[in-house]
Design a protein around this ligand. Structure first.
Ligand code: TNX
Length: 497
């Protein structure tokens, strides 16, 4: 039986693969995983993927002295493995054992995702499969290009319940993404419970694009999402978009409006018409309340303040607003993330600006800001916007940034997007998925798969960045998506099996 060739299969492409000589490793009913400390949680998660399909017990045992010479699947956190950095791993497969080594538990987790892709796709089945489970001898050393490899999900235009979000987390984790940005509020809906402001969900939570029922995350839902993500080394970044994209808040609390009158719920898809009343103190008390509660339930270091597409304020009003919001974010111990427009304000070093609109002229401002210590995350709409149509024939999606084929999503260099950006200022890439036209998780998956793995590879890989090689590796993912029930789109040009 042929084993899976890592070089032709693994997405994102690993840094260095050296095929081994000997016989493959076989997982059997007697195989154990060994791990200690932080590695144990990773081993348990991996065993949980393997158990239903293999039907084996796959016990996770503590690493014993001299255990490196034993068999099985060995996961080791090695503080001395400095060259592997914060997220890299080294995977060695021989007939006797699978040895996975990393400096961090995150690195081990990414190693298990590679190992998963080296096992037959049916390993991801939730039903018992009767077949041999072999991994060919290989040696892989793999470290990411960028520390920020993100996916954004818009739960505001249409709401997706926590169970859908967990499903999305599983799917992005397979491709070593480590940021989940949740767009929690917009004109059409407010999706997170804030105890001090109950009307946000009681009123703002009940609308959606097209007049659907809306919905929102309770604090318990949010906690579940954050914990599920954290176990997979994914940081959740909550976004409360402001001062524009705020109609749902303006409908919930009259005093956020300059005229003191609550707005009607909005179910269309136009942008740019709404704004918090930036001259009112009540607005800053509101933001303080919301970010206070959000910061308390968010372990990650960031709060995303939106800041995009404001058409009703002067430049000075806008910049003053963002600078005040920045202080509120800092007061709650967090670092500000904003869409590219926020670069018009004076941002503290370490703040993160997310580039998106390739038709705007922010590149020069972003370059200057980066020299002052502002960090950049790249989401060029004509490459990474998963809500753009693949092509004219695709029913879902928008088209303002053009068509985004799989090849376009793949074929760009994050290092070349902001010419002259300060060294080290580009943190990485993020693939936003706006949900104006998407109502089910199957819609979401059809937009994200197969383009999301393409973006994941732009963020992780330096080696193997070649469309012809990539499309073959991408096509190799399809049998796994079939088994996992991911509703991917068989986009033209990939060469699906
Ligand atoms: C622009 S990208 C927006 C969103 C829309 C999206 C649709 C950004 C910061 N703002 O409000 O949903 O286009 O593609």
């Amino acid at each position: 039986m042929a084993t899976i060739d890592a070089a032709r299969t693994v997405v994102p492409a690993p840094t260095r693969i050296t095929p081994g000589e000997g016989a493959p490793f076989t997982i059997t009913a007697d195989t154990a995983l060994t791990a200690t400390g932080d590695a144990s949680g990773v081993a348990e998660l991996f065993a949980a993927v393997l158990r239903p399909s293999t039907g084996f017990d796959l016990h996770v045992l503590p690493t014993a002295p001299g255990a490196a010479d034993a068999g099985g699947i060995q996961l080791t956190v090695d503080n001395a493995a400095v060259a592997l950095g914060d997220e890299g791993y080294e995977l060695t497969v021989s007939a006797e054992r699978v040895s996975l080594r990393a400096r961090t538990a995150a690195g081990l987790f990414y190693g298990t995702q590679t190992l998963r892709q080296l096992l037959p796709p049916t390993v991801d089945s939730s039903l018992p499969q009767h077949r041999p489970w072999q991994v060919g001898a290989t040696h892989i050393v793999d470290t990411p290009r960028y520390p920020w490899r993100g996916a954004m999900l818009d739960v505001a235009r249409h709401f997706f319940p926590a169970a859908d979000v967990l499903r999305y987390i599983d799917a992005i984790a397979l491709y070593k993404m480590n940021v989940l940005h949740l767009h929690l509020s917009d004109d059409q809906g407010w999706r997170i419970a804030i105890d001090s402001r109950p009307r946000l969900t009681a009123i703002g939570g009940l609308s959606a694009v097209g007049g659907g029922p809306g919905g929102y995350f309770t604090k318990q839902d949010y906690k579940t999402i954050v914990e599920y993500a954290a176990a997979r080394f994914i940081t959740v970044i909550p976004e409360i978009d402001m001062p524009g994209h705020t109609n749902a808040a303006l409908a919930s609390y009259a005093d956020l409006n300059c005229d003191g009158k609550a707005r009607e719920p909005y179910t269309g898809i136009a942008v740019g018409f709404s704004s918090l009343c930036v001259d009112k103190e009540a607005v800053y008390t509101f933001i303080d309340d919301v970010f206070g509660e959000l910061a308390a339930m968010t372990p990650g270091p960031y709060l995303h303040v939106g800041g995009d597409e404001v058409q009703t304020l002067t430049s000075t009003q806008y910049a003053d607003f963002i600078e005040r919001v920045q202080l509120i974010v800092a007061k709650h111990g967090k670092t500000l993330v904003g869409w590219e427009e926020t670069v018009k304000a004076k941002l503290a070093p370490g703040s993160v600006v997310q580039y998106w609109n390739t038709k705007s002229n922010y590149a020069a401002l972003l370059k200057d800001a980066s020299a002052g210590g502002v960090k950049l995350v790249l989401s060029p709409a004509d490459r990474t916007y998963l809500d753009m149509k693949y092509d004219d024939d695709f029913a879902l999606g928008l088209e303002w940034a053009g068509r985004v084929s799989v090849e376009r999503a793949y074929g760009w260099d994050p290092g070349a997007v902001i010419p002259g950006a300060a060294a080290g200022s580009v943190l990485g890439v993020e693939a936003p998925l706006w949900s104006e036209t998407l109502t089910t998780i199957a819609d979401v998956e059809a937009m994200a798969f197969p383009r999301l793995p393409a973006i994941a590879e732009t963020g992780w890989s330096t080696a193997g960045r070649d469309w012809e090689l990539f499309r073959a590796r991408l096509a190799a993912q399809a049998p796994r998506w079939d088994v996992m029930g991911i509703a991917y789109h068989r986009a033209p040009g990939v060469g699906w099996p």
